[in-house]
Design a protein around this ligand. Structure first.
Ligand SMILES: CCCCCCCCCC(=O)SCCNC(=O)CCNC(=O)[C@H](O)C(C)(C)COP(=O)(O)OP(=O)(O)OC[C@H]1O[C@@H](n2cnc3c(N)ncnc32)[C@H](O)[C@@H]1OP(=O)(O)O
Length: 222
């Protein structure tokens, strides 16, 4: 079982990180509306005829599809500098899958973010899906590594589910880098609901050498 040391859910303060506010193209605003729909359709009980709404949404989807760049060009954009963060499935404001969470960085390098997850993230009744808990950890540990200056791909992620992580209630997600040895990096994290410890995690990350550069070049068509 992972011992997470002094990761303290109550500590506030620190500066916000990874926050990109430039929304010249209006994409964040559009994605916010899709997120509202995504949240409302889980469970999906409506006191109205859905057919006209479905027709309207189909028209919007058709217009976006006709105006969209190719998947290949969009994938290249997601790997251009800075855009990985806005497209990340946890923090990314352009990604409808993301809640999204905003992390603050504390003086000791710990990342801390508060979020209330909706029904779309539910696994067992009233609990966040375990896979989503692992995703939260993978991202908070990865961002903590990035902000500590040594970053890598996840090679293992050990999650201890200690008590249910609730949906529809605020939770606090924390993570920090604990050790670096050459290309190998270790980080630990915790999720709390109030004072209750819900889950802890330890991850090991390996700096991937030329792999990501090669992928980027290929995706950019070079
Ligand atoms: C710069 C990164 C930016 C990342 C941005 C976002 C990432 C978001 C987080 C993710 O989703 S990452 C996606 C999930 N992870 C993967 O797909 C990683 C799959 N693994 C790999 O592609 C390769 O393992 C990797 C490129 C990371 C490393 O391969 P290498 O061939 O360069 O390294 P190698 O296999 O030699 O391992 C290096 C060291 O780590 C050790 N190691 C590797 N995997 C391990 C493991 N699972 N457990 C324990 N140790 C492990 C390995 O024994 C070795 O130790 P020694 O140097 O002491 O010999």
């Amino acid at each position: 079982m992972v011992e997470t040391g002094p990761l303290d859910p109550s500590r506030g303060g620190g500066g916000r990180i990874d926050r990109v506010d430039d929304d010249e193209a209006g994409l964040f605003a559009l994605v916010d509306q899709v997120r509202r729909i995504r949240a409302l359709t889980t469970g999906g009980l409506f006191d109205t005829d859905l057919d006209p709404l479905t027709a309207q949404l189909r028209e919007v989807a058709d217009r976006l599809e006709a105006a969209s760049a190719s998947t290949e060009r969009r994938q290249a954009v997601t790997w251009s500098t800075g855009d990985y963060v806005t497209n990340c499935p946890v923090v990314g404001r352009s990604n409808v899958l993301a809640p999204p969470i905003a992390f603050d960085i504390l003086d000791d390098g710990t990342l801390r973010g508060e979020v209330t997850l909706g029904l779309e993230y539910q696994g067992p009744p009233a609990c966040v899906h375990g896979g989503m808990v692992a995703l939260l950890f993978d991202v908070v540990l990865g961002r903590a590594n990035f902000h500590a200056g040594a970053t890598g791909m996840t090679v293992y992620l050990d999650v201890d589910y200690r008590s249910p992580t609730p949906v529809l209630e605020p939770i606090v997600v924390t993570g920090r880098q604990v050790r670096v040895e050459g290309r190998k990096i270790w980080a630990q994290g915790a999720i709390h609901a109030g004072d209750r410890l819900c889950a802890t995690a330890e991850g090991m990350f390996v700096e991937p050498g030329g792999l990501l550069l090669e992928n980027r070049r290929r995706l950019a068509g070079g």
